[in-house]
Design a protein around this ligand. Structure first.
Ligand SMILES: [Zn+2]
Length: 444
């Protein structure tokens, strides 16, 4: 990832549609891993985003569940002896476990004991900012949440670092049988002029040496929208649908953005990732970029709240109560509140259609808390998208994570290094200065 992104605002309109993006894993079946830290030399950033054979075995087991060595050989294309070697290493560091109770008898030769991910040995922590709160979520190797801490957001990333460190310590006490493995921080990922603020501290401000001093495990920093896209694609693969070769994800939330995943990778222009945030919508909302009617600022929560207060649909205290006040008013039958939310869904639907028509993906997915909090918005968005797209109909896929999409994406980021190079991740974990063999019995 590049440390700074080009300011594309003065470029032609088409370039505004370049997609906030980063490279991910190497094949469609290996998608759903966010490339880590924007700082190639920082602690926590992977040496490479190439998925190792051990990573491929973990990914197969994550996707299809318990499997024999023969099945792993079929799924990965590796020889049985190669699978045996990799499995031996993964069993040795407790990332896998045998599942003898699932052994099927009656086949010729010695029955094979199925293998499974060991979801009991480790925990990772995903960190993200949601509705002005810092959320630290502990999860297992499958990315399932175990526990959450919701904290105040410190003003700066430097101040946030020890907060994350103390959350990790609290999770360690809560899960004494698990080894703390990795922290994934989902950040804004954009350094250009944002149309909207409030997405948390800028983690790029943190000096390299401060990371290991504050957080005793390696850290991955992933751009927010891409982390959500990767996790959504992973969830899609779990449903058994064939992995799409081209997958477009729109994060209809804050931060607003899109990620386009092609064969497991997000194409990144040489000059840096772009943004759809400043796409012209025709609205009259002024944008910090100096123009009027940019997409992100037009659909921002605070814009809707300000409009609702100005028009008298909500009281003046609504701004402090957040967008939930508008959802509640719409649910209670306030026509103006519903109209504002419908109007936003309509604008978003048209933007989704425009992006879809340009990249023509196999799957178009949308996610964001607003799509859960205000369900009628989904239909408006879907109708607006269908009407505005000029290509043959392709129904929208709505997020499977609902309001907890932020937690899911952050946990996905915390696992991306493990599912890319598991043995390398454990080596780097053990190389941390604060590594404690007694407390971290698996991590060596
Ligand atoms: Zn703008």
């Amino acid at each position: 990832m590049r440390p700074r992104r080009a300011d594309n605002d003065r470029m032609a309109d088409a370039s505004k549609l370049r997609i906030a993006a980063r490279a991910t894993a190497s094949k469609a079946a290996q998608a759903a891993t966010v490339r880590a830290s924007p700082h190639p030399h920082r602690p926590g950033s992977p040496a490479s985003d190439t998925v190792t054979p051990a990573g491929q075995v973990l990914r197969v087991l994550r996707r299809i569940g318990p499997a024999t060595r023969s099945e792993l050989s079929r799924q990965t294309g590796f020889s049985l002896s190669a699978v045996n070697r990799v499995v031996g290493e993964l069993l040795g560091c407790a990332l896998l476990r045998d599942r003898p109770e699932l052994t099927v008898g009656g086949v010729v030769g010695r029955p094979q004991i199925p293998l499974d991910l060991n979801a009991e040995a480790y925990f990772t922590v995903g960190v993200h900012v949601d509705e002005g709160r810092l959320r630290c979520v502990a999860g297992d190797l499958r990315g399932r949440a175990l526990d959450r801490l919701v904290l105040d957001v410190p003003d700066t990333a430097q101040e946030a670092l020890p907060v994350v460190g103390s959350a990790l310590r609290r999770f360690r006490l809560a899960f004494p049988a698990r080894c703390a493995l990795w922290v994934g921080i989902v950040g804004d990922g954009r350094s250009d002029r944002r149309a909207d603020r409030g997405c948390g501290p800028d983690w790029r401000d943190v000096a390299d040496g401060a990371w290991p001093a504050a957080i005793p495990v390696p850290v991955t920093i992933a751009p927010h929208v891409e982390a959500m896209a990767a996790r959504e694609l992973q969830a899609l693969e779990l449903t058994g649908r064939p992995g799409p070769s081209s997958y477009l994800y729109l994060h209809v939330d804050e931060p607003f953005g899109a990620a386009w995943i092609v064969d497991g990778r997000i194409p990144v222009p040489r000059s840096g990732a772009g943004t759809i945030g400043h796409l012209a919508t025709g609205s009259d909302v002024p944008c910090p970029c100096g123009r009027v009617g940019c997409l992100e600022v037009t659909v921002a929560d605070r814009t809707l709240l300000a409009t609702a207060v100005r028009d008298g649909a909500l009281g003046p205290d609504a701004a402090t109560r957040g967008i939930g006040a508008l959802y509640a008013a719409a649910a209670a039958g306030a026509g103006h509140a519903a109209a504002l939310l419908d109007s936003r869904a309509d604008v978003v639907g048209r933007a989704v259609a425009m992006m879809r028509d340009i990249v023509n993906p196999d799957v178009v997915a949308v996610g964001g808390r607003g799509l859960v909090a205000y369900r009628p918005g989904r239909e408006v968005l879907a109708r607006s998208y269908a009407r505005a797209s000029a290509l043959p109909p392709l129904p929208l896929t709505f997020s499977s994570f609902g309001e907890r999409i932020g937690d899911a994406g952050a946990l996905g980021a915390s696992l991306s290094a493990v599912y890319t190079d598991p043995l390398g991740a454990l080596r780097r974990r053990a190389a941390r200065p604060s590594y404690d063999p007694a407390a971290d019995r698996f991590c060596g």
